[in-house]
Design a protein around this ligand. Structure first.
Ligand SMILES: [Zn+2]
Length: 158
C-alpha cells in the first residue's frame, strides 16, 4: 500500500482476514519498564509500546491491510518479557472503539499522521539525499559513534 504517497511493504506476523485481526509478536526486556521519549523539548516517561514506535507500526499495518484487502483489522500484539527465570506475557489489543479509553485511537491516529508527514524525509534518507537525525541511543547510533565528544555528566540523557 501507500503511506503519504510512497509505496510500503508490511511483513505481518499473522493475518486473519476472516475474523478481521492481525498479530505481531514482540519481546521486550520488561513489560513494565519506564522508557523515556522526547515530546517537544521535554522528556516524557512512557511504556515500551509508545517508546519503540509500535503504535506507528500497528497503524501502518492496519492501513496497508485496509488498502490491500478493503478490510478493517484489529491489531493484536503478543508480548513476552526477557526476564529470567520467569518471563511475563501480555496480550495487547489496540482497540480504537472503546469510549472509556480514547487514548489508543489518539495515539494510533497521531502515529499515522506522523508517518505521513515524514515520508518525504524518509525517502530522501533512503536515497542518501538527507542525513538521518541521530537519536544518540539506538544500535545504529552506538555503532556509528565510536569517538564521541566530551559532555558533562549532567548531560547524560535518560
Ligand atoms: Zn539512533
Amino acid at each position: 500500500g501507500q503511506i503519504g504517497g510512497y509505496w510500503w511493504k508490511g511483513k505481518i506476523d499473522s493475518l486473519n482476514l476472516e475474523d478481521r485481526y492481525f498479530c505481531d509478536l514482540k519481546t521486550t526486556k520488561d513489560i513494565h519498564a519506564a522508557n523515556w521519549i522526547k515530546q517537544g523539548d521535554r522528556n516524557v516517561k512512557t511504556n515500551f509500546v509508545e517508546a519503540y514506535g509500535y503504535y506507528m507500526q500497528m497503524a501502518i499495518y492496519r492501513e496497508l491491510i485496509r488498502q490491500t484487502f478493503d478490510i478493517d483489522c484489529i491489531p493484536l500484539m503478543f508480548v513476552i518479557s526477557k526476564q529470567q527465570p520467569i518471563p511475563e506475557v501480555a496480550n495487547l489489543i489496540f482497540n480504537e472503539d472503546d469510549p472509556q479509553n480514547p487514548d489508543v485511537k489518539y495515539l494510533m491516529d497521531d502515529a499515522l499522521r506522523t508517518a505521513n508527514e515524514l515520508q518525504p524525509h524518509y525517502w530522501k534518507v533512503l536515497m542518501g539525499e538527507e542525513k538521518p537525525k541521530r537519536c544518540g541511543k539506538c544500535a545504529y547510533c552506538r555503532y556509528t559513534n565510536n569517538n564521541p565528544e566530551f559532555i558533562l555528566p549532567t548531560q547524560i540523557e535518560v
